[in-house]
Structures are given as structure tokens and as C-alpha cells.
Design a protein around this ligand. Structure first.
Ligand SMILES: [Ca+2]
Ligand SMILES: [Ca+2]
Ligand SMILES: [Ca+2]
Ligand SMILES: [Ca+2]
Length: 318
């Protein structure tokens, strides 16, 4: 698993020996105020590389895996002010992995085109998305191209940008009163074949999801309005019963919470929160300071199974 030390300066991963004994291996200890991390095969050579966003260095970077988990840092952009969030996907469909990012200081959502040799060219998607904290990309409208989603703390906004197929993006606002929006993710939550949205709002203390009617008209459903300081959200089938559950992280509560989807395609979601308090959490992550900056995945890996960790490779702090 890969974890940024948020507010710290380190990107690290924990090797599992197969018996839930984890050994911390530092990837980079000079990545100032690391905020977000993601792992995927960036260069298509069969090993998993790492991406990160650094608030302090105003940087998006990736670490190339030599195949033996020796990582070499490559800067993608070092003038992306107060970088908060990063994700990678083949945005333009040409076979290589591109990057999307969110910049708090530049109020910007941007993407970087991979030329196939991991040389990246920046394109701005929106430069007036105030205090952009979170970014994700998926084909929202099912037309075959990859669209982009973002969360804006400054505008209390969740939005998506529609790709016209040539990476010209048109903004659509999903919510503009989601107070201090922190995190956004999209998946067919319902599931009925279209992509729905989940998001977290710090000031509203809320985890919510928006149902897609199939034409990208979204209806909001509140999952929890008492999740104080909600900062991160993610969705996956946590308990393997075939429906998608929702996960949230709150620094204020020192908590990772799970809202279990109680049944096939319904919206009934039951809170089965389990606190991941630093003082009481199991210490299987040897050497890891158990602080609030845990991403959802880390909390789950600590509290649940290794199989689940493998399933949840994505790390989402924001
Ligand atoms: Ca690779
Ligand atoms: Ca590409
Ligand atoms: Ca699309
Ligand atoms: Ca759906």
C-alpha cells in the first residue's frame, strides 16, 4: 500500500510479508507536505509506479519503479501551486497514462498529456475552481471518452468537466452549496449502468452521493450529515456482498467510517462506523505514525484484512 504523510514530507509504502506483517519502505522523504498519492503503471513496463501531489513543493511528481521497488522521482510539474490531489488515467485514449491534478493555490484543475515517453505537457481544464482540493477522472456520460471531476472548497462546489472527445472540457456543476467540499469520487453506485458521484464536505459534516438519471442529471442523497470534518470519500464493495459501500475519513473525529449498502440497488445505507483512533488502533503498520492523515485505504488495511488491502490499492486522502 502507498501512503502520503499528509502535512509531512514523505511518500512511503508498506510491504506485506503475507502474514500481515508490514515493513515500511520510504519512497521519498523530501516531498514537502505530501497531500495525495496514487499508484499505477505509469510507463507501461509492468511494474507499479507511484504518483504524488506536494503542497509545499507545488509539485506533481511520479516515482519510477525499476521493477525491484527502487523508486526514482520524476517531476511532472513543479509550479502547480499547493498541489492537493493527483490521479492517473489514459485521458486522451492514445494508450499511455496521463495525469490529472488539483491545485489549491492556483484554483485549478489540470491534466498533463503523456507523449508516450513520460514527458508531460500541461493543459488547464479550469483555472477558476476556487481552492480545488480533489480530482478524479472517469467516463461520466458513457460516450467513450474520459471526463474529469473536482471538488472546490472555496466555491463549495462539486463539478464535472465533459470531454468532447478531443480533450476540450465543458464544466457542469453538480452542487454549489456543498460547504467546504473536500473530496469527490465517481462509480456506478446504484448500480444501473450510469456513473454516480460520492463526495465529502467538511463544513457540512456530510458524506453524500448524487444519483445519475442516465443523462447526467444528478439528484443528491445524503449519506450522513453528522460526520464532522468529513475530508475524504471512496466507494467499493467492502464486505464482498455485491453492492458498493461508502467509506469516509474525518481528521476531526480521527475516524474512518463505513456506510454499508444494505441491499441490492437500494439507497438504504447503514452506518457501521468503526473508529480508527490513533491511541487504540492496531499497530500492524510498524513505524507508521497513526495520525489523522490516513487515507481511507490505510485505515481499512489496519482494521480489516490484507485481501481487502490488495483490493483497495487506490489511496485517497482527497
Ligand atoms: Ca512501471
Ligand atoms: Ca494518453
Ligand atoms: Ca465521456
Ligand atoms: Ca448509477
Amino acid at each position: 500500500m502507498f501512503v502520503p504523510s499528509q502535512g509531512g514530507n514523505e511518500i512511503a509504502w508498506w510491504e506485506n510479508d503475507g502474514s500481515q506483517n508490514f515493513t515500511k519502505l520510504s519512497v521519498d522523504s523530501g516531498f514537502n507536505k505530501a497531500q495525495s498519492v496514487y499508484a499505477t503503471d505509469m510507463d507501461g513496463d509492468g511494474d507499479i509506479d507511484i504518483l504524488g501531489a506536494s503542497e509545499g513543493d507545488n509539485e506533481i511528481a511520479w516515482w519510477e519503479n525499476d521493477g525491484n521497488q527502487n523508486f526514482t522521482r520524476q517531476s511532472v510539474d513543479s509550479s502547480f501551486k499547493q498541489a492537493q490531489s493527483v490521479y492517473a488515467i489514459d485521458l486522451d485514449g492514445d494508450g499511455d497514462v496521463d495525469i490529472v491534478g488539483a491545485s489549491q493555490g492556483d484554483n485549478e484543475i489540470a491534466w498533463w498529456e503523456n507523449d508516450g515517453g513520460q514527458n508531460f505537457t500541461k493543459y488547464s481544464v479550469d483555472s477558476s475552481f476556487k481552492k480545488a482540493l480533489s480530482v478524479y477522472a472517469i467516463d461520466m456520460d458513457g460516450d467513450g471518452d474520459i471526463d474529469i471531476l473536482g471538488a472546490s472548497e472555496g466555491d463549495d462546489e462539486i463539478a464535472w468537466w465533459e470531454n468532447d472527445g478531443s480533450q476540450n472540457f465543458t464544466k457542469h456543476t453538480i452542487a454549489s452549496d456543498f460547504q467546504k467540499a473536500q473530496s469527490v469520487y465517481a462509480i456506478d453506485l446504484e448500480p444501473d449502468g450510469d456513473v454516480d458521484i460520492v463526495a465529502a464536505a467538511k463544513q457540512d459534516n456530510e458524506i453524500a452521493w448524487w444519483e445519475n438519471d442516465g443523462s447526467q442529471q444528478f439528484s443528491k442523497h445524503s449519506v450522513d450529515t453528522g460526520f464532522s470534518g468529513a475530508q475524504s470519500v471512496y466507494s467499493t464493495d467492502v464486505n464482498g456482498d455485491g453492492d458498493l459501500d461508502i467509506l469516509g475519513a474525518s481528521p476531526g473525529r480521527n475516524e474512518i467510517a463505513l456506510w454499508e449498502n444494505s441491499g441490492g440497488g437500494t439507497t438504504a445505507i447503514e452506518l457501521v462506523s468503526f473508529a480508527a483512533r490513533p491511541a487504540t488502533a492496531p499497530s500492524i503498520l510498524g513505524g507508521l505514525a497513526l495520525e489523522w492523515q490516513w487515507s481511507v485505504i490505510v485505515g481499512l488495511c489496519v482494521l480489516s484484512s490484507v485481501a481487502l488491502c490488495a483490493q483497495l490499492r487506490r489511496s485517497r486522502v482527497r
